[in-house]
Design a protein around this ligand. Structure first.
Ligand code: PRP
Ligand code: URA
Length: 209
């Protein structure tokens, strides 16, 4: 079973509170989502393997550590996941970026795919799927399906706010995937929105609606 990691760092919690506030406008919302993604990248990459190398400092030869193992890939779920890409890349600039276009049908709440473009060597990479909201879990589960179909074997899911329903769905469909969230909220409302959540992440990021 994949683990659920709730990232309780004070900076993450503080910034999360600011984006929940309905008075926070799009400019500030975008900046905060980017900062949150950067802080979460730090936690999500905590288990990356290291290897020892020999270098020469201005003073002496030294054995030192560098990251080894699989290369990374970041896969935002369009559109709201785009808001987290730059923050992630600030910490892991060598990561390749794939895109998965999905929207949630407002009636059925089922995900509808409209785009998928991934790095060609996806099976050799550790992939980090990013999306601010994990609500019913339909979008995240479908996104994981797509990238598994293309050969990916190592996948993590990073979201800002998760609903218990979304966590249960991903755990059931993809027990090999670890979930990282800044908060696990109470529930979904009748429209499938996370309560208390932050509203529609895409609309708040891009100023639509
Ligand atoms: C939002 C969000 C997730 C999805 C979560 O996207 O960014 O992708 O809903 O809901 P789920 O867990 O119930 O599938 P939305 O479908 O609103 O599309 P958008 O990003 O294009 O606005
Ligand atoms: N998608 C969002 O953007 N917000 C929610 O609360 C649920 C799904």
């Amino acid at each position: 079973m994949g683990k659920v990691h709730v990232l309780d760092h004070p900076l993450i919690q503080h910034k999360l509170t600011l984006i929940r506030d309905k008075e926070t406008g799009s400019k500030e919302f975008r900046e905060l989502v980017e900062e949150l993604a950067l802080l979460m990248a730090y936690e999500v990459t905590r288990d990356l393997p290291l290897k020892e190398v020999e270098i020469e400092t201005p003073v002496a030869k030294a054995k030192a550590k560098v990251i080894s193992g699989k290369k990374l890939g970041v896969v935002p779920i369009l559109r709201a996941g785009l808001g987290m890409v730059d923050g992630m890349l600030k910490l892991i600039p060598a990561a390749k970026v794939g895109h998965i276009g999905l929207y949630r049908d407002p009636e059925t709440l089922e995900p509808v795919e409209y785009y998928c473009k991934l790095p060609y060597d996806v099976e050799e990479r550790e992939l980090i799927i990013i999306d601010p909201m994990l609500a019913t879990g339909g979008s995240a589960s479908a996104a994981i399906d797509f990238i598994k179909q293309r050969g990916a074997k190592s996948i993590k899911l990073v979201c800002l706010i998760a609903a218990p329903e979304g966590i249960a769905r991903v755990e059931q469909d993809h027990p090999d995937v670890d979930i990282f969230a800044a908060a696990v909220d109470e529930r979904l409302n009748e429209l499938g929105y996370i309560v208390p959540g932050l509203g529609d992440a895409g609309d708040r990021l891009f100023g639509t609606k």
